[in-house]
Ligand binder design. Structure first.
Ligand code: MG
Length: 209
């Protein structure tokens, strides 16, 4: 029997916030783009650490004295997804557990509200902006952090709900009891999902939990 108490695991970028990527949001702020390193990453030529290193280098090239505090401020401008906080509040009121598993940047979780989440696994830039990233979620293996979270939460896979918007989220959606493709970016995520929600209002997921 499945339990009434569910663990809902959210991707962040494109789901909790209305931007495709928190890293790209910062790139746009500095007027740079990471197409080259993204392609190298997707071809398997560089790993997650090198990918983050190259992203941070792009920013520091624009501002050699850049601080992490500045990045935090830039991320405070990111628009939340419609219905985001209402959805998270409702889940808490109903006694569900929540987590965010995202390759996006940690300050953005603080902007949404860390208090809404029981577990947070995200990437970040080092304090002092040394040029190195902090890796918790490899983009090509979201299944691993997903498993770590459900282990910590002590719930079974069938009592989990995963919410994601892109092919990167497919491992989470496939493992979860219910996989929700929300605001989908590609066909892969839709095919892996039990439920597809195209309307950009996060409260729409509540009817499926
Ligand atoms: Mg996403």
């Amino acid at each position: 029997m499945s339990s009434d108490r569910k663990l809902i695991i959210f991707d962040m970028d494109g789901v909790l916030v209305d931007v495709v990527s928190s890293w790209v949001w910062v790139h746009q702020h500095f007027g740079v783009n990471n197409d080259e390193s993204l392609e190298a990453y997707l071809r398997g030529e560089i790993d997650d650490m090198e990918f983050m290193r190259r992203d941070i280098a792009l920013w520091r090239k624009q501002d050699p004295y850049l601080s992490k505090g500045y990045i935090v401020e830039v991320l405070k401008e990111v628009p939340l997804m419609k219905g985001c906080r209402e959805c998270l509040e409702t889940l808490k009121e109903k006694g569900h557990l929540t987590a965010v598993v995202s390759g996006g940047l940690r300050p953005l979780v603080e902007h949404i509200g860390e208090q809404y989440f029981d577990w947070i696994m995200v990437n970040d830039v080092e304090e002092g902006l040394t040029g190195e990233g902090i890796l918790e979620v490899p983009l090509n293996d979201k299944g691993r952090p997903f498993e770590e979270v459900i282990k910590k939460a002590r719930v079974s896979e069938r009592d989990t709900v995963a919410v994601g918007n892109s092919f990167i989220d497919v491992p989470m959606l496939e493992q979860a009891g219910i996989g929700i493709a929300f605001n989908p970016n590609d066909e892969e995520v839709c095919s892996a999902a039990d439920v597809v929600i195209k309307e950009k209002d996060l409260r729409k997921i509540l009817e499926h939990i």
